[in-house]
Write a protein that binds this ligand. Structure first.
Ligand code: G6P
Ligand code: MG
Length: 220
């Protein structure tokens, strides 16, 4: 049976629950600076999307037009609030089952990559103590196009020496699943099946997941 060669993990919402912090910071910005609210449902469309594109979507959602300088200020303010939240994180914030699953992956001889659009990815991995678990880190500082563009995952595969059909993407975002599919990779959605409809397999989390069960589910 063919072996997967590399697993590419999204960060926010897969390794740590920072997806919630992004929402909290964007919501505060919308409430305090733009005069409207953003729902959790609307927030699904921001997951996996870059900082500037997220702000553009929020402004369009509230029918607000701003100058590039004003947008820059708001994006910086959101990031300041977001960084305040992530600075309180500890290794206890790693999502259930992640450490064990990364260890199983390593023992199975499968390479481990990070594929995140976030420019805060490395400091977060350092803060929660798992930076060294990754063989390659592709983050917002290394890419020019955010998800759903496949660039982040294709770069990950390249750095890990795997071809796209030997890679599996783990994602909590609709845009991230699309990016993985467009890269020609198998996709595991972490979250709800009714939201991540395009994923090959959807799991609530990686708790107790084995490499063998995953291989079977993905028909590797
Ligand atoms: C990830 C998150 C998005 C976030 C993006 C940029 O893809 O899912 O919600 O907007 O990273 O993050 P940054 O930390 O650079 O603002
Ligand atoms: Mg995510």
């Amino acid at each position: 049976m063919a072996q997967p060669k590399a697993f590419l993990f999204d960060l926010d919402g897969v390794i740590v629950d920072t997806a919630h912090f992004h929402y909290q910071a964007w919501r505060r910005l919308a409430n305090e600076k733009l005069g409207f609210d953003i729902s959790e449902e609307f927030n699904e469309s921001l997951k996996g999307v870059s900082r500037t594109e997220s702000l553009d979507r929020i402004l369009a959602h509230g029918n607000v037009t701003l100058s590039p300088a004003e947008k820059e200020n708001l994006a910086t303010l959101k990031n300041d609030w977001y960084v305040e939240l992530i600075n309180k994180m500890t290794p206890d914030d790693i999502l259930p089952g992640i450490n064990a699953f990364l260890e199983k992956t390593r023992l199975a001889g499968i390479k481990i990559g990070l594929g995140s659009v976030s420019k805060n990815a490395k400091p977060i991995l350092e803060r929660i103590g798992i930076l060294s678990a990754f063989d390659a880190i592709i983050d917002g500082t290394k890419i020019t196009k955010g998800k759903p563009d496949p660039e982040v995952f294709l770069k990950g595969a390249e750095e890990l020496g795997a071809s796209p059909d030997e890679c599996v993407v783990f994602e909590d975002a609709v845009a991230g699943i699309e990016a993985g599919r467009r890269a020609g990779m198998k996709t595991v959605g972490i979250g709800q099946p009714d939201i991540l409809t395009e994923a090959d397999v959807v799991l609530a989390n990686l708790n107790n997941m084995t490499i063998e069960d995953l291989r079977k589910a993905l028909h590797f």
